[in-house]
Design a protein around this ligand. Structure first.
Ligand code: NAD
Length: 281
């Protein structure tokens, strides 16, 4: 088997994962149902590589080589020669089940089947495929080329070999893996999303403007960016989806998504990627 990595979903996370894998020397196939998303991803990767070259973090020749290692496809058939599959499509449980059924059918024996989900149960995804021992959570942070952490999440049936190979891949692409267990939201979003949700309640109740709330958290808590700026950056649709998973999966009303967050998503004001969220871009 080659060491090819297939990344499914070419949105903001997928393009970042493809970027760091290609820079680390892996051949990458980036797959999306939407050709426009693939074109945009390639342009974004090139722009972000250029930025690394300008900062002196990467040689021009390494940039050219990384770009040459990335191929794109609109069909899942392209995962047939991948040793490692990383799913980074939209945060929707039914969609993940559908994609994992295809991955199970098409990925070669021995491949690792990883998901970058922010909150959906790894065990639930693994429970529907024929090789649950190969399924694992590999939760990169946004923006992937910049952020150091990869949360590695074992499902109930994940094998030691799968976990070891995932930890090795994370280290190989220059990240620091931290192993945690499979509960809704894992660790990162279990702690982050209630804070973002509370910030949205503060907007809804008129406790402060988005700018005031962000300033309080930046200056008062020493956070590098405020929770509403961060929510816009993550995508308000993704924040809502994560809160829904935590609310349903943990059954505690403290995770109920703020009605104002639902309103923004219903309007299509989902943050930076749509040009408008709590701020205008
Ligand atoms: P995004 O909306 O930017 O991109 C999702 C991409 O998936 C789109 O390009 C879409 O066309 C594609 N897609 C949809 N259905 C598909 C299919 N059947 N096959 C292939 N591609 C398909 O979303 P994102 O922010 O990149 O999030 C992707 C995943 O990463 C989600 O599971 C999310 O929870 C997780 N995640 C997001 C963040 C973040 O900060 N945004 C951080 C960590 C993890």
């Amino acid at each position: 088997m080659s060491d090819r990595i297939a990344v499914i979903g070419a949105g903001q996370m997928g393009n970042g994962i493809a970027h760091v894998c290609a820079v680390a020397g892996h051949d990458v196939t980036l797959i999306d149902v939407n050709q426009g998303a693939l074109d945009k991803a390639k342009a974004t990767i090139e722009k972000n590589l250029d930025r690394q070259v300008k900062k002196g973090a990467l040689e021009e020749s390494a940039k050219t080589a990384a770009l040459a290692r990335i191929t794109t496809a609109t069909s899942m058939d392209a995962i047939a020669n991948a040793a490692f599959v990383i799913e980074a499509a939209t945060e929707n449980v039914e969609l993940k089940h559908k994609i994992f059924a295809d991955i199970d059918r098409l990925a070669p024996a021995g491949a690792i089947l990883a998901t970058n989900t922010s909150s959906i149960s790894i065990t639930e995804i693994a429970g529907r495929v024929k090789r649950p021992e190969a399924v694992i959570g590999m939760h990169f942070m946004n923006p992937v080329p910049v952020m150091q952490l990869v949360e590695v999440i074992r499902g109930l049936a994940t094998s030691d070999d799968t976990a070891a190979r995932t930890v090795a891949l994370a280290k190989g692409v220059g990240k620091t893996p931290v192993e945690v267990n499979d509960y809704p939201g894992f660790v990162a979003n279990r702690i982050l999303m209630p804070m973002i949700n509370e910030a949205v309640y503060c907007v809804m109740e008129g406790v402060g403007t988005p700018a005031a709330i962000d300033e309080v958290m930046k200056l008062g808590m020493n956070h590098p960016m405020g929770p509403l700026t961060l929510a816009d950056f993550i995508g308000l649709d993704t924040c809502l989806a994560i809160l829904e998973v935590m609310h349903k999966g943990l059954g505690d009303p403290k995770y109920r998504p703020c009605p104002l967050l639902r309103k923004y998503v219903a309007q299509g004001w989902v943050g930076r990627k749509s040009g408008r969220g709590f701020y205008t871009y």
